[in-house]
Design a protein around this ligand. Structure first.
Ligand code: NI
Length: 465
């Protein structure tokens, strides 16, 4: 049996995904991961005040807003040579950390769980595949209760973002030089209470729910496998100078773990709808010029590569570097690492709250140089995030953003090597092409930039023969 399956949209969120897989002899033999939205923020930022960058770039995405604010703030701090005070660093970590919690709770329960446990027989739980479910009705009922509870608990995480950042998404509390809300006793007490609600849910329910799924679907340790090539820049600085990170970065390969050298990061454009510039480009030299009718292109995502190789980012990369999870690289490993990271963050945030010093400064003022450049590196919920900016005459002359979903969902590079999601899909056995459960499970294990609404809402089989 052979044929082609097209899944579109993979998401209703702001970066609509499109995945095509070709099946022959019951296996995926070819696949293409694409996105059809032109982001264009690099172009919009040209000529603007550099201080706009943390606010402007947050609008790339309502899910990873704090990640973009953080990367932009780091780039501006490098440009201005400013270091936030201790409180400023802690407050930014807390805002970003609360957004991580919100993201991981929603991704696991609202987006990933319905791949493994059936919800009620009505939208948004339907339409759904008929095959592939094997949990008992009692367990499904319990997980369903947790699904709805997770929606409430993730709202508490957003309330933490709001308490320190003014609102969520798109908070105002992350900016170059630190943060904005002085941590008085009442705010700290409120945040501790909110964090306890989240921590209790994660430790009492989320961990055992993940274990339940892992035990019931052991074949998912074989699903979505790809070579050990993981990448993280690190996130949550220990010190305001960002010499160390609570979740450190690294380059993971079979040969070991190395420090990241961003000189080895380049974007390949051969299969992306952008004009090429004579080979792969570093963030400092990349120019964003859309070419919507370029022959051979199939995605609006560029293909970032490290040392010309495809690397995957996300909780599995971070937990691997930290030495906390090193079982393998598969759909189930990605899920378990995400849950483990959620629990770890609850503990870290408790300590950050204790370290806040009421009455001490939260912000270091600085002037933006008229000329210069800055590189902002952080990990976000789903992988490494890079912002590069150059300023001339006090205005942004160049801005380049390399997102985690560009790493994970990239198309083929200039040498024709597939991106990480494509690698993870290739060779996967599909038991029933009319119900390609396996494809959805693999895609979602990477936590694509979904907002909150949907799963695959349509599937179309072009040819089965
Ligand atoms: Ni996003």
């Amino acid at each position: 049996m052979s044929g082609q399956i097209v899944i579109n949209p993979v998401t209703r969120a702001n970066n609509r995904g499109h995945v095509e897989v070709t099946i022959a002899d019951g296996k995926i033999v070819d696949c293409r991961s694409s996105a059809f939205l032109f982001r264009g923020f690099e172009i919009m930022l040209r000529g603007r005040d550099p201080r706009d960058a943390p606010y402007f770039t947050q609008r790339i995405c309502g899910i990873c807003a704090t990640a973009h604010a953080t990367a932009a703030a780091f780039a501006l701090e490098e440009l201005a040579g400013v270091v936030p005070p201790k409180n400023g660093n802690l407050l930014r970590n807390l805002i970003f950390g609360a957004d991580f919690l919100q993201n991981h709770l929603r991704h696991f329960y609202l987006l990933e769980l319905p791949d493994y446990a059936r919800g009620p027989d009505k939208p948004p739980f339907q339409p759904r595949y008929r095959r592939g479910y094997r949990l008992s009705p009692e367990i499904e009922t319990r997980l369903r209760e947790h699904y709805f509870e997770a929606a409430d608990v993730s709202r508490v995480a957003h309330e933490m973002v709001t308490a320190l950042g003014g609102k969520a998404p798109f908070p105002h509390g992350i900016l170059a030089g630190g943060s904005t809300v002085p941590p008085d006793g009442a705010v700290i007490l409120d945040l501790q209470a909110k964090l306890r609600v989240i921590t209790r849910f994660v430790r009492e329910k989320m961990i055992s729910d993940a274990q339940t799924i892992a035990a019931a679907y052991p074949e998912c340790y074989e699903l979505g496998k790809r070579p050990l090539r993981l990448l993280g820049y690190g996130c949550f600085p220990v010190d305001p100078e960002r010499k160390k990170f609570h979740l450190p970065g690294g380059v993971v390969e079979e040969t070991g773990i190395r420090e990241v050298d961003t000189d080895l990061v380049a974007e390949h454009l051969r299969h992306a709808y952008f004009e090429e510039q004579g080979g792969p480009q570093a963030p400092e030299t990349a120019i964003t010029r859309p070419a919507p009718r370029k022959p051979g292109a199939y995605s609006w995502i560029k293909a970032p590569r490290y040392e010309q190789k495809a690397f995957e980012g996300g909780p599995l990369a971070r937990m691997w570097v930290a030495g906390r999870y090193r079982r393998g690289v598969s759909a189930m490993d990605r899920i378990l690492a995400r849950v483990m990271e959620t629990e770890m963050l609850c503990g870290l945030m408790e300590r950050w709250l204790e370290k806040l010093e009421p009455g001490e400064p939260v912000f270091s003022a600085s002037d933006v140089p008229k000329t210069g450049e800055g590189l902002g590196l952080t990990d976000s919920m789903r992988g490494p995030l890079l912002h590069y900016l150059r300023v001339e005459g006090g205005r942004i002359s160049r801005y380049e953003i390399i997102t985690p979903s560009a790493w994970n969902f990239s198309p083929q590079d200039d040498a024709g090597q597939p991106g990480p999601v494509e690698e993870a899909l290739l060779g996967t056995p599909i038991a029933d092409p009319r119900e390609p459960v396996e494809v959805g499970r693999i895609i979602r294990s990477f936590d694509p930039c979904y907002a909150c609404a949907t799963h695959i809402i349509s599937e179309r089989i072009k040819a089965i023969g």
